[in-house]
Design a protein around this ligand. Structure first.
Ligand SMILES: Cc1ncc(C[n+]2csc(CCOP(=O)(O)OP(=O)(O)O)c2C)c(N)n1
Ligand SMILES: [Mg+2]
Length: 327
């Protein structure tokens, strides 16, 4: 299996953009420019790029707390603006949710982003409603939810997979197994060991793939999405990956593990190797990195230059069609 070099280059650009976005965001967060909590997705760029490559604007995805990159890519690919995801994280009025959503409560359905929320995994049941609507209308659309390895410990995981299978709903479960929930290793919380084995009992296609190899991740999402769009019901993908950052600062993982994932199995390094094997030079790839970095810096500047939301609009948009009057 080998994907076209043009596609691979675009995926590399997308991954590089995600990394630049996250590193720029983290830098500004540490300077105090970004309010609230932040969960950085560095190390998980391949899964985000693979999902973004196959989800269309009229699909839906529920991103998790490390999906800033997927959110920005969806904007860029579907007529939105990646810089409005950055501005949202800065809490500015130009953000996709007017600066009131931040990392966890922002959304933009126009590009397929149905939003996260602070209760891990609760959208595993919400996604069923979206998928059911599309199935009832006979529309070949995909409803995707991105869930971490810790999140699959929620009861909703089983409720969701069960109903998705019984009703043959068009749901893509994208499980990003980065090895830890906060600082708890997968083996300490899930008896099955592999998450994919927890899903298999529900009787629909489930696959575990290397989430850091972009060619593998891209092909896996392609197959899953084709299965779902053809009306064959749900699909479960477990991406084995690793996050560079935890929930808090400080490293708690063994040095050899950190070295392996950052040095030997970094998704961007692997993609660079694959591209150089096909004749792309390091200089070409450095140019891509520089271009996306410049884009991200301009997005950060745009965010800093944008106004804060108006206080008078603090309770606007709380309910659809019903204005809440500030007291
Ligand atoms: C229901 C619920 N319980 C606990 C939390 C606090 N919390 C936030 S992130 C997180 C860990 C999630 O781990 P995982 O799903 O593996 O995602 P990762 O952070 O590793 O990407 C927890 C426990 C929460 N947000 N919601
Ligand atoms: Mg995790």
């Amino acid at each position: 299996m080998s994907i076209d070099i043009e596609v691979l280059m675009e995926l590399y650009r997308d991954m590089s953009l995600v990394r630049a976005f996250e590193l720029g965001l983290e830098r500004e967060f540490k300077r105090g420019a970004v309010p609230g909590m932040l969960h950085i997705g560095v190390g998980q760029e391949a899964t985000q790029a693979a999902l973004a490559a196959h989800l269309r604007a009229d699909d839906a995805f529920f991103p998790d707390h490390r999906c800033h990159g997927l959110n920005a890519l969806a904007e860029e690919k579907h007529g939105g603006e990646g810089r409005r995801i950055m501005a949202e994280l800065f809490g500015r009025a130009t953000g996709v949710s007017g600066g009131k959503g931040g990392s966890l409560h922002s959304a933009n359905p126009a590009v397929g982003n149905f939003g996260d929320n602070a209760i891990e995994g609760s959208f595993m049941v919400t996604v069923l409603g979206v998928a059911l609507a599309w199935k009832m209308r006979g529309e070949p659309r995909v409803a995707c939810c991105v869930i971490g390895d810790g999140t699959v410990g929620r009861g909703e995981f089983h409720e969701s997979l069960n109903m998705a299978k019984i009703w043959q709903l068009p749901v893509l479960y994208a499980c990003v197994n980065n090895g830890y929930a906060i600082s708890t290793p997968v083996a300490a919380s899930h008896a099955s060991g592999d998450i994919v084995d927890m899903a298999r009992g529900y009787g629909f296609p489930c696959k575990q793939v290397d989430g850091n190899d972009i060619e593998v991740a891209y092909a896996a999402v392609q197959e899953a999405v084709a299965h779902i769009r053809a009306g064959n019901g749900p699909y479960f993908l477990e991406f084995k990956t690793w996050r560079w950052q935890g929930i808090f600062s400080g490293e708690f993982r063994p040095a050899e593990e950190v070295r392996y994932w950052k040095e030997d199995h970094d998704p961007l390094k692997l993609a660079r190797q694959a591209l150089s094997a096909r004749g792309v030079t390091g200089a070409d790839l450095d140019r891509v990195d520089a271009e996306v970095k410049a884009d991200v810096e301009s997005w950060i500047q745009f965010s800093k230059d944008s106004p804060m939301p108006e206080a008078a609009k603090a309770v606007a948009d709380v309910y659809v069609g019903w204005e809440v009057k500030p007291r």
